[in-house]
Design a protein around this ligand. Structure first.
Ligand code: C2E
Ligand code: MG
Ligand code: MG
Ligand code: MG
Length: 289
């Protein structure tokens, strides 16, 4: 009886795995086509100076305008994309698109506008990331100081040896490097001194409870003190209320980002909101990384 049940479960399990594998292959093909058909879009979420709410820049966030499923956020496709070679191509398209958009907005009056771009681990593997980033900034007319690459602890842990040198070089060229989702990982403290970062982005799980949880508030307090002593800039992510923004100002946090200041929006909506223009809206094929 038990044995028969076991066999039955095993069969279901294998069927599940097969479906999963087929699903993955489907997604791979779909994602490849999505890039070729220009179904990816960049959204932009405002980043502000907390003291007065002035716009300092934006984080570029990837969206997939799926022909049947509508607008998809990264939670629906990022895991299928990550790790594969395709992610390097999508990542290249992301940087090119975001750099061109930021250069345009700088030319239209927001002269200090900075753009934060999330990076995939695979983008480090090509070997010429530094040169490619420099060329891409130049082609877009964006000074390297206006670009900030956002890196998560996962990428650091998985690609440690490959990324220190290129990040160091990029920092020397003026490109910013932000430690994304800071505080959620295990090795965050020790990594700070070993990695050439210029900014910490405090994860929204801390921001979220700054007003009602003393322990989380203490963590933010400590992170800000640490950042100050290491001469790092800080952005608090996920600010959803005025009370959270005020608490962060009191703690001396420079910059913030979150629904309270603005949701991620497409370039047209961002431009409308902040009185700016929009770069050529049509997607171009990314150049090879
Ligand atoms: P992230 O880099 O930490 O980006 C911030 C995420 O928090 C975004 O989710 C944003 O929409 C969301 N968010 C911002 N403010 C608030 C808030 O006040 N409340 C709440 N609840 N959420 C807020 P999104 O756009 O779904 O992106 C999720 C993650 O996917 C990003 O986290 C990033 O790790 C990754 N990702 C997004 N775009 C790209 C990309 O172009 N390349 C790479 N490699 N990863 C990307
Ligand atoms: Mg980010
Ligand atoms: Mg983050
Ligand atoms: Mg995140």
């Amino acid at each position: 009886q038990a044995k028969a049940e076991g066999r039955h479960c095993a069969r279901i399990y294998h069927a599940g795995l097969r479906a999963q594998a087929q699903g993955k292959v489907l997604r791979d093909t779909e994602l490849r086509l999505a890039l070729e058909r220009g179904e990816f879009e960049m959204f932009y979420q405002p980043q502000v100076r907390l003291a007065d709410g002035a716009l300092t820049g934006a984080e570029a966030l990837l969206r997939w305008r799926h022909p049947e499923q509508g607008l998809l956020t990264p939670e629906h496709f990022l895991s299928a994309l990550e790790g594969g070679l395709l992610s390097a191509r999508v990542g290249a398209w992301v940087i090119e698109t975001a750099c061109r958009q930021a250069a345009l907005w700088r030319a239209q009056g927001k002269a200090d506008f900075r753009i934060g771009v999330n990076i995939f681990g695979a983008q480090f593997r090509s070997g010429n990331l530094v040169e490619w980033v420099v060329r891409t900034c130049a082609a877009a007319g964006l000074p390297p100081e206006a670009l900030e690459l956002e890196i998560t602890e996962n990428i650091i842990l998985r690609h440690e040896d490959d990324i220190i040198a290129p990040l160091q070089e990029l920092r020397e060229l003026g490109v910013g490097v932000a430690f994304d989702d800071y505080g959620t990982g295990f090795a965050s403290l020790s990594m700070l001194t070993r990695f050439p970062v210029s900014r910490l982005k405090i994860d929204r799980s801390f921001t979220h409870s700054i007003c009602d949880n003393q322990a989380e508030a203490a963590v933010i307090h400590a992170v800000l003190a640490l950042a100050r002593s290491l001469h790092l800039k800080v952005t608090a992510e996920g600010i959803e209320s005025k009370a959270q923004a005020l608490a962060l100002v009191r703690e001396g946090c420079d910059e913030g980002q979150g629904y309270y200041f603005g949701r991620p929006m497409n370039a047209a909506a961002f431009a409308r909101t902040f009185n700016l223009g929009v770069a050529g809206a049509t997607a171009r094929q990314p150049s090879r990384l």
